[in-house]
Write a protein that binds this ligand. Structure first.
Ligand code: GDP
Ligand code: MG
Length: 597
């Protein structure tokens, strides 16, 4: 295809502003998918994505569009994730396209992720077309939101396209804007092959599928290619595009986006941002490339039933094949036995992986308290990266501890500002900025990541009735007075409940945790002390009183079916419990004990 008839773009938006719905409409209107195959949210593949309405991995689709100028254009859309955990994937897919549609819900206005994502588009030198969505809603106020886009983001919104992705209103105008307002890609068909590795995933039938953007040259089926960074060479055995189903094509030229397969065994053999060229006639210089995404949140995953350890290992290995940003290593815990210490991009990523293990692989899991990576400086001058509070060295050996901090941007309607400031303050935040965008306040805080990974987002949503939006980026490590807090149940330390806390907040946290645990642990035949301790010193304590455990005792004689039902219930309940010494702790307790109300 002639370069001048290609447009490559992404859609950037805050979550729920209608990105997926708009993508569906574009696909539908151009007949890329026959009406009978049309189902909502075509690009959101995984079940969890559909359920939670989020896009996790970047997806691409090729659309053919006969424009008003009489020419047919090829539009390549890269759909990017909208959640903060995956900001990194947004930034790299931006590099593969020349323009962006900036979708803003006209009834809501600019939100934190609108800003975060549009800045990435601006960084990537994109031409940006503002699109005001949901104009069908009575609360839509296009003029106000257009003004807000100009004030807050600083781009011209006077000719923003006004649409309803839901009803289809304005979709033809979006297609025309893509063709007339976004630039065509540049590239040289006769130069040596230079293509960007945009993404890759594992497919059970095809092996690793690599998504590429060709910059210069032409790639054909059968070519011997070389990955310039990893040095790997492979013969291309399949080349194609997503429409959105996979369709084979004989070649991809400059400006085009598509996929290849080449008997690559695992996703780890492909490096996102790598340059793909011909082995025989390579291009002179590689593309700048990207850093791999680093896990920032760690937790232990253990099977509730120790016999399922091998199943868990298989499942984790399979998931890791398709997700290079998910890391794992074996871990043994005195209380929980064999399991894995896993690293994630954020809490949502953690939840997604945990859900998939439980649902797709049917393994009941105990998830230990999520932890960030601490830098522990020892007196002898060495530094260790602490991923697991259970591995914390003896305090007498420690000189000081540094923790990761983030810059958090929060947009919130005026009336909730006070609650947001209080929340940030409670979480040891330092205010960096406070400005207004219309009736919304924009606050920027420097916060410790460990105060955020846990339930910050949930708390923020609840104190603002869902009206706040949030985005963050890492800013570095800083020293603070951190200690390891242990929890003892029936006088035995439960290492899976150990956490790192700030010394000033330890009593509060400790008290909250033992109170929660008292509610979460069912009563036993004996009395159970529950304690929080720092070093050898107990800082909070509760006692769970004893009770008779025979649940059938309440059924006086007769009703056999009811008795049986109760016993079954008890058995099912037991499956989700784990034995610690003499005490059974329910699976849910490990996460819930850490939530602060
Ligand atoms: P995404 O998170 O940006 O991908 O947002 P979605 O496309 O999943 O849309 C979020 C919600 O807004 C869904 O319930 C959509 O049905 C709804 N929605 C999207 N576009 C419109 C629109 O133009 N009008 C109305 N009323 N609802 C819309
Ligand atoms: Mg979506």
């Amino acid at each position: 295809t002639d370069l001048k008839n290609i447009r490559n773009f992404s859609i950037v938006a805050h979550i729920d502003h209608g990105k997926s719905t708009l993508a569906d409409r574009l696909i539908q209107l151009t007949g890329t998918v026959a009406a009978r195959d049309m189902k909502a949210q075509l690009l959101d593949n995984m079940d969890i994505e559909r359920e939670r309405g989020i896009t996790i991995k970047a997806n691409t689709v090729r659309i053919e569009y006969p424009a008003k100028d009489g020419q047919t254009y090829i539009l390549n859309l890269i759909d990017t994730p909208g959640h903060v955990d995956f900001a990194y994937e947004v930034s790299r897919s931006m590099q593969a396209v020349e323009g962006s549609l900036l979708v803003v819900d006209a009834s809501q206005g600019v939100e934190a992720q609108t800003l975060a994502n549009v800045y990435q588009a601006i960084d990537a030198d994109h031409e940006i077309v503002p699109v005001l969505n949901k104009v069908d809603l009575p609360a839509a106020d296009c003029d106000r939101v257009a003004e807000q886009i100009e004030d807050v983001i600083g781009i011209d919104a006077s000719d923003a396209v006004r649409i309803s992705a839901k009803t289809g209103l304005g979709i033809p105008e979006v297609l025309e804007a893509i063709v007339t307002r976004l630039p065509a890609p540049k590239g040289d068909r006769d130069a040596p092959l230079k293509a960007m590795l945009v993404d890759s995933y594992y497919d059970a039938y095809l092996g690793v599928v690599v998504i590429i953007r060709v910059i210069d040259g032409v790639i054909r089926k059968g070519d011997k290619i070389k990955m310039m960074r990893t040095g790997g060479t492979y013969p291309v055995d399949r080349l194609g595009v997503f429409r959105p189903k996979m369709e084979n094509i004989p070649e991809l030229g400059p400006g085009e986006i598509g996929f290849l397969t080449a008997s690559i065994k695992q996703v780890r053999d492909t490096r996102v941002g790598d340059t793909i060229t011909h082995e025989k006639k390579p291009c002179a210089a590689a593309l700048p490339g990207f850093k791999p995404a680093q896990p920032v949140v760690f937790c232990g995953l253990f099977p509730v039933d120790a016999a399922e350890f091998e199943d868990l290992r298989d499942a984790i290995e399979k998931l890791a094949l398709n997700d290079a940003s998910f890391s794992y290593e074996m871990e043994t815990s005195a209380a929980l036995g064999f399991g894995f210490r896993c690293g994630f991009l954020g809490l949502l990523h953690l939840e997604v992986i945990r859900d998939r293990l439980e649902r797709e692989y049917d393994i009941d899991l105990i998830t230990t308290a999520p932890s960030v990576i601490y830098h522990v400086y020892l007196r002898d001058g060495t530094m260790i990266e602490l991923h697991n509070p259970a591995d914390m060295p003896d305090m007498t050996l420690v000189d000081h501890i540094e923790e990761p901090r983030i810059k958090a941007t929060i947009l919130v309607p005026d009336e909730y500002l006070g609650d947001v400031l209080k929340l940030c303050q409670d979480r040891r935040g330092i205010q960096m900025d406070l400005t207004y965008a219309g009736t919304r306040a924009m606050v920027v805080y420097d916060l410790p990541l460990n105060e955020v990974v846990f339930d910050f987002y949930d708390r923020l949503k609840s104190v603002t009735k869902g009206y706040a939006s949030f985005d963050y980026q890492m800013i570095g490590y800083r020293e603070d007075f951190l200690v390891k807090m242990q929890v003892l149940v029936n006088d035995e330390p439960v290492d899976a409940l150990s956490t790192m806390v700030h010394r000033d907040r330890a009593e509060l946290r400790g008290r909250a945790m033992v109170e929660k645990l008292k509610e979460l642990i069912p009563r036993h035949m004996f009395k159970i002390p529950i304690q929080a301790a720092i070093g050898g010193r107990v800082i909070a304590r509760e006692t769970l009183s004893a009770m008779r455990k025979d649940v059938t005792a309440k059924c006086y004689g007769g009703d056999a079916t009811r008795k049986k039902k109760l016993l079954e219930k008890q058995k099912a309940g037991k499956k989700k419990m784990r034995q610690f010494g003499k005490v059974e702790i329910p699976q849910q307790a490990f996460i819930n004990a850490l939530k602060m109300d």
